[in-house]
Design a protein around this ligand. Structure first.
Ligand SMILES: [Fe+2]
Ligand SMILES: [Fe+2]
Length: 363
């Protein structure tokens, strides 16, 4: 993307006095601010804004001549289709939202995900690409700067429900989303990866599942590690081995996550049990309860298989990610007693179907 110098002398910049709104024209040219300048702002592709929908956050543009951000839209106002077109002409011009408004922005973006899925005028490839970028952006912000738990749950439900809707209405989207998958391990990207693959696998196994079943699974899997928000970051980010006492605390993310979901009356038990049981093993050697086989719901057994697969194939600071082939070998041999082998067989078929199973991942 190329950004040129902004040529407009009639701007009124932001300051202590009430700013005059800046109206961009199609002849204005823009630059991006220096790295240091954007720490206080979130850079946003205007393609993520919807025409005629109220934004609960202010939007700024950058004025390089005055080396400042200029207010473009106050919070509580709408952006017209014409303005969006001006921002998108000749290469998109980024807009900026104060980090202090990240919750309002996330909530707005998470609500827009459904609109993207429902838009009949956009091809599935473009739709899925846009969806993935927005959903990742929201989840990253949620996990890295968590708002209060109620806001966290409202926004993440929007994301998980729209993933369920996308995968239910666009059969091709599962392959496209899997191709967009991030191999760097972060809790937010891991949660997205496990959610997408678990929903796809669940639909393969339960051909007659209802949209409500898919939604409940999607919510549970996207939030399966939500209990990690209650674990001290020194522990979740620790690079060396954990002591037994530290492991004990880490393992508590299952019960802590379950408790979080119990506090939300919109969640069903199907959703909550995914968070509670996703570290159980079918031979009873898992935690927190030691339940085995059919004592564990199908949804948590699916989440377990995909969770292990994503953890093995993702790159960490201390190890490279395994190839799908290497990961599946470990899962079918060394972890045979712990994973539901029927689900694992379905998972292998599912990956083959997507054409993603290779002896070596390219590169
Ligand atoms: Fe976990
Ligand atoms: Fe996980």
């Amino acid at each position: 993307m190329i950004f040129l110098a902004l040529r407009c002398d009639s701007l009124t910049v932001t300051g202590n006095t009430r700013p005059t709104l800046y109206k961009p024209s199609s002849t204005d040219e823009f630059v991006l601010p220096q790295d240091g300048d954007i720490l206080e702002y979130i850079t946003l592709d205007p393609a993520f804004l919807l025409a005629d929908k109220v934004c609960g956050f202010p939007i700024y543009l950058y004025h390089p001549g005055r080396d400042r951000f200029v207010l473009f839209k106050s919070d509580g106002t709408k952006i017209s289709q014409d303005t969006l077109e001006i921002l998108s002409k000749g290469g998109r011009r980024p807009v900026f939202v104060p980090r202090a408004n990240s919750y309002e922005l996330n909530h707005y973006l998470s609500e827009n995900l459904t609109k993207i899925v429902e838009d009949p005028n956009v091809q599935v490839e473009e739709k899925t690409q846009k969806f993935h970028t927005m959903a990742q952006m929201v989840m990253k912000s949620l996990f890295e700067s968590p708002p209060d738990m109620d806001s966290f749950l409202v926004t993440s439900k929007n994301v998980s429900d729209s993933i369920a809707m996308l995968l239910t209405t666009e059969p091709q989207a599962i392959l496209l989303l899997n191709n967009l998958r991030s191999y760097d391990y972060y809790t937010y990207s891991h949660s997205m990866n496990v959610c997408v693959l678990s929903v796809g696998l669940f639909q393969e196994i339960q051909k007659k599942c209802t949209p409500d079943h898919v939604r409940d699974l999607s919510r549970g899997v996207l939030l399966h590690d939500i209990g990690k928000c209650d674990i001290p970051t020194e522990l979740t980010n620790k690079r060396g081995p954990l002591s037994e006492a530290e492991w004990e605390i880490m393992r508590s993310h299952t019960t802590k996550g379950f408790q979080r979901l119990m506090d939300d009356s919109e969640m069903t038990d199907d959703t909550r049990y995914v968070a509670l049981y996703h570290h159980e093993a079918v031979d009873g050697s898992g935690y927190p309860t030691g339940k085995k086989n059919d004592q564990l719901p199908l949804t948590s057994r699916i989440c377990k298989v995909v969770d292990v697969y994503d953890a093995l194939t993702s790159k960490r600071s201390y190890k490279d990610g395994m190839t799908p082939f290497e990961a599946l070998q470990i899962m079918t041999k060394e972890m045979k007693s712990k994973l539901d082998q029927d689900i694992l067989k379905e998972f292998v078929l599912f990956l083959q179907k997507m054409g993603k199973l290779r002896v070596r991942r390219a590169g």
